[in-house]
Design a protein around this ligand. Sequence first.
Ligand code: ATP
Ligand code: MG
Length: 423
Amino acid sequence: MNDLLADQMPYWHRIEKAARELFADYGYREMRVPVVEHAELFQRSIGEHTDIVEKEMYSFEDRGGDRLSLRPEATAGLVRAAIEHGLLHNQKQRLWTAGPMFRHERPQQGRYRQFHQIDCEAFGYPGPDVDAEVIQLSARLWRKLGIMDVRLSVNSLGTPESRRSYRAKLVEYLGARRAELDADGLRRLETNPLRILDSKNPALGDVIANAPRLIDHLDPESKNHFDRFLDLLAGCGIEAEVDPRLVRGLDYYSRTVFEWRTGALGSQDAVCSGGRYDGLVELLGGEPTPAIGWALGIERIVGLMRAGGLPAPDALPAIYLVLSGEVAERAGLALAERLRDALPGAGVMVNMEGGSFKAQLKRADKSGAVLALIIGDDEAKKGVAAVKWLRREATQVELAWDELPRRLAAELKPGRKAGNDDG
Ligand code: ATP
Ligand code: MG
């Protein structure tokens, strides 16, 4: 579980802000649900024989004897809440949420035990148009963040019925090639054979490559849905590769599944994954409701932005107040407040704990500020400040405090605060 230090946060703010704006542009509304739910909710929705439920959940009994889990993903909680509050009764919902998720995995680069997701869900839309829309939204997010190194893989899992008959064929095939499976594969052969298809063990490459393909065993309706989905994606200029091995690790998916992958983060290559889960709402006690969604891992997006050398947005105050003497210090705190009123977004940092002019100017420089306002007791008594530009050659000028907002506003570009630029 990571500490997120201040240096890193500009990336986070930028991602969160971009996502928030995008969701609004597409008509998705934010919802927030608890971090803790009944363990049973996840067991039933994600599935007993999935990695998440078998080995990754943080579960515990609370003081009242309830069996609870820290949420490993967001969808189950959103569905639970949507049912509980009647949000799906004769209504469609386009929703999003964001927050921490918890999985007891082996920690490594790009894989953490507390990680953060942004999560997009659309309830009540059965057609492939919304499948394309949620992907369109994610594609726009990459553009907005300047992320280039991602590509889209898609597949269809069909309906639970067509999957069952495919599963039988797969088990027959894999059963005959048992000797080539690893321990994980043998175990999954009994519990969740489809998961063998996305095994990361290269030794299984051959068995998997020759396995019957789910995509060849789709029911006609799922096949139509998938073809139309591909056509719609092409229509909005989004390239997608059909990957018959893409099965996703959660049981609740049906039909469309997809994953944005990157080559820039080593083996943790999934940055955003999702799919359709038409049966989940009913499984959890709601009315039958088609649904689709995705989740992206913020840590991995941050990793991508860093790998791409994208600069963090500038979150630094532009103005640094250098104050020397008791009168100046007293006046300085009040002046800083006036400047914050008059120049919202510029950022004003006040020197603390005195120090010589030289020491304070060093701090000013280190702070990243664009300019220092230098005020000693004499200046304070006169109500003036010396303006020293820190990032360019310019002669120092003296300005009256009343003049400062007007004179500085012209020079300080707005939008220096974290996340204010999308460029
Ligand atoms: P992976 O194949 O990397 O294990 P996953 O299929 O388990 O991913 P999902 O459950 O679909 O992932 O979660 C959606 C996204 O959340 C992933 O694409 C990834 O970006 C991110 N993610 C998942 N698990 C972690 C983790 N332990 N640490 C950081 N990010 C994660
Ligand atoms: Mg995983």
